[in-house]
Design a protein around this ligand. Structure first.
Ligand code: IVH
Length: 674
């Protein structure tokens, strides 16, 4: 009988290992998990429990015996200086109490008291090495023994200091978390959905996908951030509190934390954080509790995969059940047809939800969601309602399968799914639903920022036939608007004046407002700076386009496709006729604001850890210009290793000479504060 159970346990353990490995692969390598973290934890705990009961069943290759993660092979593999451990999890108060007792039994009276409680940032762990204060290497955690070299990509993350502030040790390794703020995650997914690309399951996967781009310029376009919480290797600091404060002094952004002294304080900090985390800009899947005293931490030691002095308390993801009343489709501004589930309204994570995007056909198929199904709902990244799974056992047989329409629901043109895309698109360039979304985007805040031109007004303008494209907006009169239903003199005058005011927007905003695929706000700014005018941009060759920082081949194709459309040419003609500032030459474009605004610099010699091109880009990001020759008007010469005659010239002319450190510190100052 006992043997029977053992045999069953063995079988189940084998099954679980297989399943866990598969999910780890999806999570760490593909960045596309198919189950929630909570479900994963459940599988993992079940395996741990079996292995605890039957220690002889533990296999050396069991996922519980590994540090975790995987190396994808797409990046150079670099061994870590010491294993990068993970954390053991606590799921309830009794787990926390058990941890507390374990720590207590190893404490000595001379130890610094207390525990540091920090948010557990749901991002991607990175390990950064600074040599003589300069960022020299950035690795992902990988499998904990070997990481992936993502140095180039890490350098594009604004909150990562490229150089440390004075007082750094000659060699310093830190660990932190790269993440994508929730709002940016929501925006990125929306953009991807509109572009017919697959969406990220949560901010963590979005951050991982962004950081592990083969093309660093793509990473640069994603507004990644980072927080740092650990110094690796020997440091002369005796508490976690000192670690955080030293990190901060060095220029690293650090998480906020609480200091707790008793089990009661720990438990109440947990419940405070469970509430507070909703107000953070980033996703947290728990909090981390750390013994404050670093010697006590060492004394407690570690298992193969986690130190005993720290523990992660995981918050349960809030999940609710509801019913799918219908599945509808909507046409976006690029013609992508998006399916949306209409739900029986239900409250989850602080708001009532009555619809959830299903993103695309593949996701509907993967979930196997049907109209009438009972489903489990949660918010991805605390913001986007998503269906986690279908409760198939609750099916009655009345459920109806959904199929993507083969014609556009708005204009009846043929819909098509293009190879390599997950989306169906309306193929008509004049589809009214697309036009509607384009106009809404055109008027939105980051684009032309036309107050009073929201969805309802766009609908009214399109229905009346007064407006056929965004260009027509600029020829509207108060009298035209008065003809619209329920439009008073005052509102008509207000709208006309905000339309007129929008003429003054610079080229970058106008370009973004055009809604060309892949040409987001940041890239529009770069393009405006580089080409100086809309005409120059419209006439640039593909080669010239691809020389611009942040423009890859896919973006060149998208720009070419947009430029070849007659409708875009017509639109720009109208803008020109209406006298939009964005159509004029860009001498008037506002330069980037920064510590080097209006200054010209010259670079000589090699700068540690960066190519010449990267250095030039950094100067531009700080507002400055790079010139190749030194003159009286040069603000400074940045002198790297083996500098050339330019250094000599600078000295002769009395031009300021900057060390690479001084130069990098400028960027650190600008980009990590505030
Ligand atoms: S401490 C020795 N602190 O959570 C372990 N980790 O589930 C040092 N994480 O792999 C980790 N926020 O990537 C620590 N404030 C924080 C964290 C944090 C997020 C991640 C980290 C770790 C994972 C464990």
């Amino acid at each position: 009988m006992a043997d029977m159970t053992r045999q069953k346990a063995e079988e189940r353990a084998r099954e679980l290992r297989q399943e866990i490995r598969e999910h780890q692969y999806r999570y760490y390598v593909l960045d596309r998990p198919t189950i929630s973290d909570a479900e994963f934890d459940k599988l993992y705990r079940e395996l741990e429990a079996i292995e605890k009961q039957y220690p002889d069943l533990v296999t050396p290759d069991s996922p519980t015996q590994r540090v975790g993660g995987a190396v994808s092979g797409a990046f150079r593999a670099v061994p870590h200086s010491s294993p990068v451990l993970s954390l053991a999890n606590a799921f309830d108060d009794s787990d926390v109490m058990a941890y507390y007792q374990r720590v207590r039994s190893s404490s000595r009276p001379e130890d610094a008291p207390g525990f540091v409680v920090e948010p557990k940032i749901d991002g991607l762990s990175v390990i950064l090495r600074y040599e003589n204060g300069i960022l020299a290497l950035g690795l992902t955690r990988g499998d904990g023994i070997t990481g992936e070299d993502v140095t180039q990509n890490v350098r594009t993350v604004r909150s990562v200091p490229l150089a440390l502030r004075p007082g750094y040790p000659p060699l310093m390794e830190v660990r932190g978390e790269v993440y994508l703020p929730r709002e940016d995650f929501a925006r990125l997914n929306k953009e991807r959905e509109e572009a017919g690309l697959s969406v990220f399951a949560n901010p963590r996967n979005a951050a991982a996908g962004s950081l592990r781009q083969l093309d660093p310029s793509v990473t640069a376009q994603r507004p990644l951030r980072a927080l740092f919480y650990e110094i690796r290797g020997d440091v002369n600091l005796s508490t976690e509190v000192e670690v955080l404060s030293f990190l901060k002094d060095m220029g690293f952004p650090v998480p906020e934390y609480d200091l707790c002294y008793s089990p009661d304080e720990l438990l109440s900090a947990i419940s405070v954080w469970d509430e507070k985390r909703h107000r953070l800009t980033y996703d947290t899947d728990g909090i981390v509790i750390k013994v404050n005293d670093r010697r006590l931490f060492s004394r407690l030691g570690a298992t193969a995969h986690s130190p005993r002095g720290h523990i992660a308390f995981k918050f349960p993801a809030e999940q609710v059940e509801t019913k799918v009343l219908d599945i509808i489709v909507q046409v976006g501004r690029t013609g992508v047809i998006t399916p949306t589930a209409i739900l029986e309204p239900v409250r989850v994570s602080g708001s009532t939800v009555s619809r959830a995007t299903l993103h695309n056909e593949d996701i509907i198929r993967e979930l196997d969601v049907r109209i009438g199904d009972t489903v489990v709902l949660q918010k991805a990244g605390e913001v986007i309602p998503e269906i986690v799974k279908v409760l198939k056992e609750k099916r009655t047989g009345e459920e109806r399968e959904f199929r993507m329409p083969e014609v556009c629901p708005s204009c009846g043109s043929q819909a098509q799914r293009f190879p390599g895309e997950v989306a169906w698109r309306c193929t008509s360039a004049t589809c009214p639903a697309r036009l509607r979304e384009q106009l809404i985007h055109f008027a939105s805040r980051d684009a032309m920022d036309i107050r009073g031109l929201g969805p309802a007004m766009v609908d009214a303008l399109l229905e009346s036939g007064l407006v056929k494209d965004a260009g027509d907006l600029y020829f509207l009169t108060v009298d035209d608007l008065r003809r619209l239903p329920r439009m008073g003199e005052k509102s008509a005058a207000n709208l006309i004046s905000s339309i007129q005011a929008s003429k003054d927007n610079p080229m970058a905003k106008l370009l973004f407002a055009l809604g060309i695929r892949h040409v987001g706000l940041r890239l529009s700014q770069t393009i405006a700076e580089q080409f100086g005018s809309m005409d120059a941009f419209m006439n640039a060759t593909p080669e010239e386009l691809s020389q611009v920082r942040d423009i890859g081949p896919e973006t060149v194709r998208a720009i070419e496709a947009a430029r070849s459309q007659e409708s875009l040419r017509r639109l720009l003609d109208k803008f020109r006729k209406a006298g939009l500032r964005g159509m004029q030459d860009a001498a008037k474009e506002e330069p980037v604001e920064g510590p080097l605004s209006g200054k010209t610099l010259v670079i000589t010699g090699t700068l540690p850890g960066m190519t010449r091109k990267e250095a030039e880009e950094l100067v531009a990001r700080l507002g400055g210009k790079v010139s190749s020759s030194v003159s009286k008007n040069t603000y400074a010469v940045i002198a790297g290793e083996s500098p050339g005659s330019k250094l000599q010239k600078a000295r002769e002319l009395g031009v300021k000479v900057m060390s690479p450190q001084e130069f990098l510190e400028l960027s650190t100052d600008k980009e990590t504060r505030g």
